[in-house]
Design a protein around this ligand. Structure first.
Ligand code: AMP
Ligand code: MG
Length: 397
């Protein structure tokens, strides 16, 4: 079956999910609960923004043609008021930031640049018409589309909703994501593991990642490494919008996830990606639902969710784009790798984001090391070494 590079595999996920985008259910929320959700309507400007020519400074509203000069002060306009008169030649009106520019005036001179004495103001400098004024409609025109469906609502989008008077907003319902951990050695959190057993951390990390990415996690019981148990749980998981499995996708004798999915009629888009951690990685669709068979090592599960499954979830959740939070930083020390794989290695990014240091770790099973990292180094597949001071890509955790 198909082995892909990191870039090919990510492109495949984005393309397949975008092409199949189902019309997700929609719900109406008060704006206070809408942050982090995905907009399901088109947001239109209800009027021009700003709705009036708005002063950007405290100072005097003037006619640029009068400057420099001595102007007679004929009044004052504060934010929240509107000046009733007209600014004629040789006149100025005191104005505050956010107040509407009086008729007749075309610019605002800053209070710091004038001398006021006895009912008049001396302006020693010139201004261009329009200076320190935001013209009506310069930010948006009435009825203009401000946001399209599919936009993730962050704080700026929330501000925009409030600006145009939307106390309620229609958002896409959160996709439900079934999570199945597989393995005979895995025990639930309320059980005491025997020496050779492992607690089910993957279902918990995946649930946290799903929730952070805007999904609704549904943790199913652990699937034991036998065909019937796995098949029954997979069929149950396919009732949700997306299915995530951890473990059971390597080449081992008891790795039966792919067989179960194939027997259910799955279409596989890839089953191996040239990355570390996480080479065995299955992505496909069965009964109209996408699924990921993520490798079971905790670091592999976490990384492959972040770089592949999260994109699928976000697009199923109605987002028009899914971004990888990548940046570049300088390595604090030399670094070598065997070429052939794109590696995601736990790392610490300095507080100012400029330097990155690999974190010592014992491999993909090392959960404590992942908690010492705040990011992952991302190596280029075909590069062999880096020296201290070289730029390298970093994926935020
Ligand atoms: P597998 O991909 O099933 O071969 O598992 C790879 C490694 O990950 C093994 O050491 C497993 O014990 C470990 N592992 C698998 N599933 C989980 C899980 N749900 N929680 C913690 N560790 C796991
Ligand atoms: Mg296993």
């Amino acid at each position: 079956m198909a082995t892909l590079t990191f870039a090919q595999a990510r492109a495949s996920v984005l393309a397949k999910v975008a092409e199949a985008r189902a019309t997700a259910a929609v719900e109406e929320l008060p704006i206070l609960q809408a942050a982090g959700r995905v907009l399901a309507e088109r947001l239109l400007a209800d009027r021009d923004y700003p709705p009036f020519p708005r002063s950007a400074r405290d100072g005097f509203a003037v006619r640029a043609a009068d400057l420099p000069g001595e102007l007679r002060i004929t009044g004052e306009v504060r934010a929240g008021e509107s000046f009733q008169g007209q600014v004629h030649a040789g006149e100025a009106v005191e104005i505050m930031t956010g107040a509407p520019l009086p008729n007749g005036a075309d610019s605002v001179v800053m209070i710091e640049h004038v001398a006021v004495n006895n009912g008049s103001v001396n302006v020693p400098r010139t201004l261009s018409p329009g200076e320190n004024v935001s013209p009506r409609g310069c930010e948006a025109r009435a009825a203009e589309a401000l946001l399209d469906p599919g936009r993730l609502l962050g704080f700026a989008e929330i501000a925009l909703l409030a600006t145009v008077g939307h106390a309620q907003v229609s958002v896409f319902s959160k996709p439900r994501v079934a999570i199945i951990a597989t393995g005979d050695e895995i025990v639930e959190l309320n059980q005491k593991p025997l020496d050779y057993q492992i607690r089910n951390s993957n279902a918990q990390s995946l649930a946290a990642q799903v929730a952070r990415a805007g999904g609704c996690p549904n943790i199913l019981p652990i699937a034991r490494d036998n065909y019937d148990a796995t098949r029954e749980l997979v069929e149950q998981g396919l009732r949700d919008d997306l299915l995530l499995l951890s473990g059971g996708v390597s080449a081992g004798k008891y790795d039966i996830v792919e067989r179960v999915l194939a027997d259910l009629g799955a279409e596989f888009f890839f089953d191996r990606v040239l990355i570390q951690p996480g080479q065995p990685l299955v992505f496909g669709r069965v009964r109209g639902k996408f699924f990921f068979g993520l490798p079971g090592n905790p670091a592999s599960t976490m990384v492959t969710f972040e770089v592949f499954a999260r994109a699928a979830l976000e697009i199923l959740g109605g987002q028009t784009e899914s971004m990888l939070p990548l940046l570049s930083a300088k390595l604090t020390r030399d670094f070598r790798q065997k070429p052939g794989l794109t590696r995601f290695l736990p790392a610490r990014l300095s507080e100012n984001g400029s330097e990155v240091e690999p974190v010592r770790w014992q491999g993909s099973g090392d959960v404590p090391a992942l908690t010492r990292a705040n990011a992952f180094l991302v190596t280029e597949q075909d590069r062999e070494h880096w020296v201290a001071g070289d730029w390298i890509q970093v994926l935020m955790k």
